[in-house]
Design a protein around this ligand. Structure first.
Ligand code: C5P
Length: 231
């Protein structure tokens, strides 16, 4: 795999949970036929792995070791990607709220972030990469020529999550969801390493009042204007 990513076009999409960056990253990647890095999935996989191995989630070094040895395969099958952890399909398991909370806990450990850095850079393969996360534009791909920071109010993000969970038949409490989102935002923005913040050269898009389609068009227009690529 590449260790240098400088010649590959990377578009970064950062933002808090529920800002729509997962959906938009998939749509932009599909439209441009680029690869996709869902970096949040890596932190979720570390968290899930730690629980499976009964590791102490408060022991940074133990968790960093798990991150280093993570046996993960992203099996792209047409539109869907199956995520295999040590051969086990954990595509749905990593999306649980508790895994998300634990992911934000382990993501605050500098040793874990260092352990995952090269693994993320390795996703930059021709013809290009859409990198979805919190620190894609600031830390992992600071040289990326196009960067977005997607945001939305905590209430709008909780509402989107509420509808997603309802569709899956899960019973959810809206107040609890808003509180969880705010707690995760607080942890992600206040940590000392790679805090959630827009890169200085990122285009910030507030999607509170926008449809997915409107945001997609803004992003494609920016990619077209900055890179001269056909979208
Ligand atoms: O994006 P997602 O909700 O799947 O990410 C799970 C958690 O992983 C986030 O709450 C955040 O704490 C962490 N994360 C991170 N840096 C990234 C991606 C995710 O710290 N690049």
């Amino acid at each position: 795999m590449n260790t240098t990513t400088d010649s590959i076009i990377v578009i970064t999409i950062d933002g808090p949970s529920g800002s729509g960056k997962g959906t938009l990253s998939q749509l932009v990647a599909k439209r441009l036929s680029f690869h996709l890095l869902d970096s949040g999935a890596l932190y979720r996989l570390v968290a899930l792995s730690a629980v499976k191995q009964q590791a102490n989630i408060h022991n940074e070094q133990a968790i960093a070791q798990i991150a280093t040895g993570l046996d993960v395969k992203f099996d792209v099958q047409g539109e869907a990607t199956k995520i295999l952890l040590a051969g086990e399909d954990v595509t749905d398991a990593i999306r649980h709220e508790t895994v998300g909370m634990n992911a934000s806990l382990v993501a605050a450990y500098p040793a874990v972030r260092t352990a995952l850095l090269q693994r993320q850079k390795d996703f930059a393969q021709a013809p290009g990469l859409i990198a979805d996360g919190r620190d894609m534009g600031t830390v992992v791909f600071p040289q990326a020529p196009v960067k977005f920071f997607l945001t939305a109010s905590a209430e709008a993000r909780a509402d989107r999550r509420f509808k997603q969970l309802q569709q899956k038949g899960a019973s959810v409490d809206m107040v609890e969801l808003i509180n969880d989102i705010k707690a995760r935002d607080e942890r992600d923005t206040s940590r000392s390493v790679s805090p959630l913040k827009p890169a200085v050269d990122a285009l910030v898009i507030d999607s509170t009042e926008l449809t997915i389609e409107q945001v997609l068009n803004l992003m494609l227009a920016r990619a077209h204007n900055s890179l001269g690529i056909k979208v």
